[in-house]
Design a protein. Structure first.
Length: 128
């Protein structure tokens, strides 16, 4: 099976040895996104809501570059350095997705790249 890298300037560039996303067969794999501004490459400042929205915006941009939307998401992984923000993730998520919502896992972690408080990655079904 072949795989194709997803590249977009509307989401942060990969900061390591990975792709923003990969299309393989009927699946689209989105790499983890943290609240980086795609144009400056810097972490955004501000309230946690804005950071969560930036992560969803970054994921949406990579999905769009693959010809998909977040509504094509079948699995979302959420990583938080403080699980007290989980209710806020739910609240913001409801503005980015429609039902049926994707399967999801949420994990509390000790730290994330660049000191981020939130990171998410996703698996999408390729639209037909």
């Amino acid at each position: 099976m072949t795989k194709q890298a997803i590249v977009t300037s509307d989401a942060p560039s990969a900061i390591g040895t990975y792709s923003q996303g990969i299309v393989s067969g009927d699946s689209i794999y989105l790499s983890g996104q943290i609240p980086l501004d795609p144009h400056s490459g810097q972490m955004i400042e501000g309230p946690m809501r804005a950071q969560i929205e930036r992560v969803f915006d970054n994921l949406a941009a990579v999905a769009k570059a693959a010809g998909a939307t977040l509504d094509d998401c079948v699995k979302l992984n959420v990583f938080l350095t403080d699980l007290a923000h989980f209710a806020l993730v739910n609240e913001v998520m409801a503005t980015y997705f429609t039902q049926p919502y994707p399967a999801r896992a949420a994990s509390g972690v000790a730290s994330l790249p660049r000191g981020a408080a939130v990171e998410m990655d996703a698996v999408l079904a390729r639209p037909r």
